[in-house]
Ligand binder design. Structure first.
Ligand SMILES: [Zn+2]
Ligand SMILES: [Zn+2]
Length: 251
């Protein structure tokens, strides 16, 4: 009989968070022979301002051409899912382990209760020995997107209820500690910065190119992630890193 693999379930609030916040960890874990990696997308990503940008009939500062693609909300969601699948497969997750949950929340409306339901649904499929990895609920002096915050809170609450035993919580790149803050935050929250090999770094660069910055409108590839959070992608490209928090220390 083949050795049983440890199942790791990543939960991403939107199409792009799996890469921008958990990408390094996903790439590293996909290379481990004893791990089976799954990812769950928890919302439809429908409310991103990138849709207005692509439908604006104005010149885009990134692509220096007029964008007038008239994308309906449905077409927009489909194109975002396409970027998500491209990102996850490029990171090494098998297609059958990429779960675009059919009962996902509408972007911006993910409550703690509903996020708990989603996590419970997948734990019921894969068993209580799974490890849950998601975004840390972290509002230390800065705004955090409601969907991110609620998903983190849901995972934290379920861990406390011992609904599963293992978890890991990640910090978004715009919360990476810098300067004096770095020392205080690292110490106070026991933030761990992970080592990244050159191999992983170049892999992440390739994933970015193949997914959220891919601009081929003739193939319905609209670089939506990049249009949506250009600054965050630019920052991440120059600061590829991974920070996580020990779950018991999350405030
Ligand atoms: Zn997000
Ligand atoms: Zn553009």
């Amino acid at each position: 009989m083949a050795d049983k693999k440890d199942i790791v379930l990543y939960f991403s609030p939107h199409q792009d968070d799996e890469l921008l916040t958990m990408g390094v960890d996903i790439c590293k874990t996909c290379l481990l022979p004893n791990k089976e990696v799954h990812i769950v997308l928890c919302t439809d990503g429908s409310k991103s301002p990138a849709r207005q940008r692509l439908n604006s009939n104005k010149i885009c500062q990134i692509h220096h051409q007029i964008h007038n693609y008239n994308l309906s909300e449905e077409e927009f969601i489909k194109a975002r899912d396409c970027e998500f699948i491209a990102s996850c497969t490029a990171m090494g997750i098998p297609l059958e382990n990429i779960h675009i949950y059919e009962k996902r929340a509408v972007d911006g409306s993910l409550s703690v209760e509903y996020a708990k339901e989603i996590i419970k649904h997948f734990v019921s499929i894969y068993g209580k020995d799974v490890e849950i990895r998601t975004i840390a609920p972290f509002r230390f002096g800065r705004y955090q997107h409601e969907d991110h915050y609620n998903l983190g809170l849901a995972a934290k609450a379920l861990l406390k209820e011992r609904f599963f035993k293992k978890s890991k919580f990640f910090i978004e790149s715009y919360h990476y500690p810098k300067g004096k803050r770095k020392f205080v935050l690292s110490l106070f929250f026991n933030m761990q910065k992970e080592e990244i090999s050159d191999e992983i770094r170049s892999k992440i660069e390739r994933v970015i190119q193949q997914s959220y910055t891919c601009w081929k409108p003739e193939e319905k590839r609209y670089a939506i992630g990049y249009h949506c959070v250009t600054d965050i992608f630019e920052y991440y490209k120059n600061n590829i890193a991974s920070y996580s928090i020990k779950s018991r220390l999350i405030k």
